[in-house]
Design a protein around this ligand. Structure first.
Ligand code: ADP
Ligand code: MG
Length: 369
């Protein structure tokens, strides 16, 4: 039973490359938490984390939500000297359930989940472990591999290996040769901890491989390089706590060689097809893999699991899991649930219920996440 009018705290923005997307997601989530039956269920306070990581109270947060764009220093009260978390703004300590709507580092990666866990306050989504493993592509891939889940061939690279390669006179050495022998061209070079395709490049020869490695190493000490495949991109949404459910599948179609940042965020360059037009057997396999992927990393609450599907060979590979997926009105996660019979208002309500359930599991021991 939900006690009347729970005080929810929605926190958004964040010191991440996906700050602006988070504001758009938060507009959708906050509107859904304030409409229909949720109006009586919840009293919502919003909190904004600016790009430097400073937390701001609801007056500032509501103004940012209203405008829908990141706050510039001139829009904010005088800034503290240092960025980062320096304590809670007014109203935050009274929050009964937290709803983080943050994408990427400092929000989707276990950091804020650690803060809420220490506070012993329920929060929506995965805990520290699921968030951290889901965020880091090296750790995520290791967890998927340990669970026997299919992935494209890949190699983990450390930025120090890239620096050592650059130190050799010819810019060659072991690393590019090892990658070429194992993965060939084209291959994709990725920083392990970004998102939104930031820092990712497609390499088609030795020089683009070296350039891609340098660019990714400038963003993250941990990198992943993958064999490039030509495949359709399918996605599945996961919801639940002790019992996880998978949605229908969606497909991303785009007008570009691959789904890079510009394509993701330019109006009209990509669209979604829901349900994805695939054979029922492929859909079933993907939905099972989505649940297995969430379990493999220890995710719960919500997650979006992405696949590569090579139709000719019938190959389905896991690409990644996102534990705080995009949540705008046009984002795959809410659209997949809408099409699976869970409208937006009910979806956000179920997520809050899930937060309480996880909290109880965590405190009851056993299935803690
Ligand atoms: N191994 C691959 N083969 C083909 N395309 C890829 C591969 N890896 C990534 N891509 C392309 O790059 C996009 C972004 O990669 P992804 O790993 O999903 O990063 P992000 O976490 O930033 O979304 C994918 O949606 C796909 O279009
Ligand atoms: Mg992706």
């Amino acid at each position: 039973m939900t006690p009347p009018s729970t005080h929810l705290g929605l926190v958004f923005g964040g010191a991440s490359g996906e700050h602006a997307v988070s504001i758009l997601s938060a507009r959708t989530v906050s509107a859904a938490l304030r409409s229909g039956a949720n109006r009586e269920r919840y009293r919502l306070s919003c909190f904004y984390i600016d790009r430097r990581g400073t937390w701001w109270p609801s007056e500032v947060a509501e103004a940012v939500l209203e405008r829908g764009v990141p706050a510039e220093p001139a829009d904010l009260p005088p800034l503290p000297e240092r960025g980062g978390f320096r304590g809670f703004p007014a109203g935050a300590l009274e929050v009964e359930v937290w709803f983080p709507v943050l994408h990427g580092p400092n929000g989707e990666d276990g950091t804020i989940q650690g803060l809420f866990t220490l506070m012993q306050v329920p929060f929506v989504g995965s805990g520290v472990l699921g968030s951290a493993v889901g965020m880091d592509k090296q750790a995520m891939k290791a967890a998927f591999a340990a669970a026997g889940l299919p992935q494209v061939p890949y190699a983990c690279v450390d930025a120090s290996e890239v620096a050592a390669t650059d130190a050799t006179a010819s810019g060659s050495g072991d690393l590019p040769e090892r990658l070429e022998a194992r993965l060939g061209y084209p291959c994709f070079v990725k920083p392990a901890n970004m998102g939104s395709s930031v820092g990712i490049s497609k390499a088609t020869d030795r020089s683009s491989l070296l350039a891609g490695l340098r660019a990714a190493a400038a963003l993250d000490p941990r990198l992943v390089v993958e064999k490039g495949v030509t495949a359709r991109e399918l996605e599945c949404a996961v919801l639940g706590t002790a019992r996880l459910e998978a949605s229908v599948l969606g497909e991303i179609r785009f007008d570009a060689d691959w789904y890079d940042y510009a394509t993701k965020y330019s109006e009209g360059r990509s669209h979604t097809v829901i349900p994805a037009p695939v054979e029922p057997a492929v859909e079933e396999r993907a939905r099972e893999m989505a649940l297995a992927a969430a379990r493999a990393v220890g995710a719960s609450g919500l997650a979006r699991v992405d696949f590569f599907y090579e139709e000719a060979g019938g190959q389905l590979w896991l690409n990644e899991i996102n534990t705080l997926p995009g949540f705008t009105r046009h984002s795959m996660y809410p659209m997949l649930w809408e099409s699976s019979g869970v409208p937006l208002e009910e979806l956000v309500h179920r997520l809050v219920e899930g937060a309480r359930e996880s909290h109880q599991l965590r405190h009851g021991g056993g299935m803690a996440r």
